[in-house]
Write a protein that binds this ligand. Sequence first.
Ligand code: ZN
Length: 235
Amino acid sequence: MDSSDALLLRKIPYRDSDFILSLFTKDLGKISGIARNAKNSIRRFGARLEPFVLFTVSFKDTGRDFKLIQDTETVQVFSSFMENIELFSLGNLLLETTDALTPRESPNEEMFEILTQALTEMNSKQSPLPIVLEFQLRALSISGYEPNLHSCAKCEKPIEGDSYFSINGGGAICFDCGGEKKRGFIFNKDFIQDHSLMETELEKVLKYIKLFTKFTERHTEKELKSARFIEELKL
Ligand SMILES: [Zn+2]
């Protein structure tokens, strides 16, 4: 039997009382598992098979796609996410982003660390938006989808300060190349690398979060369910 720290990404009811789970684990990356009789087994699963609970999971390999989930033990409950619908949706965005960016059973301890760190910080009532944006950028970068911020995606000229941003082009576009869309989103690569500046301009941070949510959907070709809520979010 194996065990690892884990967070729940998705849970689908199966048969009468089972759950099919997608978990992001520290040691194995994303795994799928079946929790038999989970709806009735308080001792083995309690209220731990929920998002925003860090738990240790014990499981058995079955030789198939699904591991057999044996037991879980709570490590930490991130309770703030249950008290605030905006925080809940932002937290879901982190979980869905992780899900979209990571292949199954490909260990990625760094991704696990930045995810649990971001959830811990958001749970402690720090201003969540800069944490979400920083998570998006790091998660994209460590999973091979890093946006190109330092040179124009068309002419490769170095970008200084402001630019346009092309989701399809994968990054910054200089004003010469992007000339036709004069009213486009003005992107600034220095802003998104300056945490204290972000703290003072949360509305702007939210615009970048919306941009990188679309970027993630476009480049992984996966739909993030929380994207619609994030799109409508206002400060
Ligand atoms: Zn250019």
